[in-house]
Design a binder for this molecule. Structure first.
Ligand code: ATP
Ligand code: MG
Length: 176
C-alpha cells in the first residue's frame, strides 16, 4: 500500500484545509519547532484509527480539533483523509476518512461508505501498516522500542510481518 495523499481540515494546528501529495520515494517535511511536522504524522495515525488521546498528545480525543487562537475561533470538527493505492484488494485506490465532531465522537468512511473503526484497522493491518505499526515512528519512539517488554516487541514484529489482522479476526471468531 502506498499512501499518496493526506488531506486535513481542522486537525490540530491545520485549521484551514491542507492537501499534501506524497510522491513515491523519500518525502521530507522541514520547518521550525512547533510548525506542525509531528501533527502531520499524528494525522496519519489518527486516520488509521489511533484511539489513545495520550499518544496524540492530548487529554481527550477532541483535543485533535483546532482549539482556536487569539485571532481565530475554535473549530467544531476535524477531518483527515488518507488516499492510498493498493497492490492487492478489490479497489486499487482507497480513500479513508475519519471525522470527529465536538460532542459526537468519531466516524469513518472508506471510499465514501460509512464503516466501523475495525474495518479501517483491518484494512491497514492487512497492508502491514496502521496506527500502532512500526511503519510509523513518532518522535521519541526509538527509545520506547529499545525499552519494550518482550510481549510488546512481539506485537511490533507481528505488525511488521502483516499478521496483526489475523489476530483481530481470530478474536472476532472466538466471540461468536
Ligand atoms: P518540533 O520540531 O518541536 O518537533 P513540530 O513541527 O513537530 O515541532 P508539532 O508538535 O507538530 O510541531 O506542532 C505543535 C503545534 O501544534 C503547537 O504550536 C500547538 O499549539 C499546535 N496544536 C496542537 N494541537 C492543537 C489544537 N488542537 N489546536 C490548535 N493548535 C494545536
Ligand atoms: Mg515534532
Amino acid at each position: 500500500m502506498q499512501i499518496t495523499r493526506l488531506r486535513l481540515s481542522g486537525f490540530k494546528s491545520f485549521v484551514d484545509p491542507a492537501d499534501l501529495a506524497i510522491e513515491p520515494g523519500l518525502t521530507g517535511i522541514v520547518g521550525p519547532n512547533g510548525c506542525g511536522k509531528s501533527n502531520l504524522l499524528e494525522a496519519m495515525r489518527w486516520a488509521m484509527g489511533e484511539n489513545s488521546p495520550k499518544s496524540m498528545r492530548g487529554a481527550g480525543m477532541e483535543d485533535v480539533i483546532f482549539a482556536g487562537t487569539g485571532t481565530r475561533p475554535q473549530r467544531d470538527f476535524a477531518e483527515v483523509s488518507l488516499h492510498a493505492e493498493q497492490v492487492a484488494g478489490p479497489d486499487a485506490e482507497v480513500e479513508v476518512v475519519r471525522r470527529i465532531e465536538r460532542g459526537a465522537g468519531s466516524a469513518y468512511r472508506i471510499n465514501g461508505a460509512d464503516v466501523r473503526a475495525k474495518d479501517v484497522a483491518l484494512l491497514f493491518a492487512d497492508a502491514a501498516t496502521g496506527a500502532h505499526s512500526p511503519a510509523l515512528v513518532s518522535q521519541g519512539r526509538i527509545g520506547a522500542v529499545i525499552a519494550a517488554k518482550p510481549g510488546e516487541r512481539r506485537q511490533m514484529l507481528e505488525e511488521a510481518a502483516g499478521i496483526a489482522g489475523l489476530h483481530v479476526r481470530r478474536k472476532d471468531a472466538e466471540q461468536r
